[in-house]
Design a protein around this ligand. Sequence first.
Ligand SMILES: [Mn+2]
Length: 344
Amino acid sequence: MKAFDPDAAASKGSGIFGLNTSREDAKIVLVPVPFAATVSYGGGAENGPEAILAASHQVDLYDWHFGRIYEAGIHLLPADPAILAAHGPAREAVVAVSEGGDPAAIEANVCTVDAAGALVNASLRQTIAPLLDEDRIVGVIGGDHSIPFAAIAAAAEQQPLGILHIDAHADLRIAYEGFEWSHASIMHNVLEQCPGVQRLVQVGVRDYSEGELQTIHRHDGRVVTHFDADWNARRFSGVPFDYLVAEVIGVLPDHVWISFDIDGLDPSLCPNTGTPVPGGFSFAEVAHLLARLAASGRRIVGFDLVEVAPGEDEWDANVASRLLYKLCGAALRSRSSQEFLGTR
Ligand SMILES: [Mn+2]
């Protein structure tokens, strides 16, 4: 067998980032969840994992921030066929509900959607729990933002957890549009059902309801939301970005899950995502945020990357695959510094 050359072009049919590392040999295991039934505006996030895999083959493997990430081994699992099968009928049920009509039929369709969400949660739980037990870094690739719930829940049962939530939206709605496992309700569900989540720190938020604002205040410090407009106002008056980043990281506990909705970025970087909002981060800004978090002494136990909806060209997936590589790098770096310091 030929030795792996990180500088060569990815070979046809190779794994994520052109690597061929097995699950057993990979420090980082990625779980695709091609499910996006409850999207409320633009569709297509169910195709995110496949598009990211294809785009990952053109990512150069030496990273300015995190070095030779590939050496740790990155493996992308196959998607659960049960999830693939559940997406279509659940999506049709969501569309039927949005069209209104007979209350009994609506209720039946809501049940179909909620059952599909429960299936996604059960499947992901079964996949993630052993990976966390084996102390691997886990990354969940959506799909819409409903999908990482079970992974966050499993991680929060292992140890007290903080969530760094990068998103244009607060995602604190209660059963948005009537669906328990809505993409817009993920952090509400996490706060209500995961007592191990000590703190939710949100950045990039610029589209939210007054009800969500009240939820943030009601949680009295358990939820810390950094609004995009507030950051802009402070930056315009001379506060360095690095200072704002330090404020975010400073309130996170020792163990961190990163929940990354691609729409936290400026929509020029993700024009086809389901609910784009003007404003948001540049790629360089989030790369800096991840690098600072990785160097802070906190341990990144895992992450999700959601709402990547490929368009007619490969741009959205190109950005997402590079972001995914940075997330892998940040998680690895966060551990190597701890292992080096002997704190584990
Ligand atoms: Mn969002």
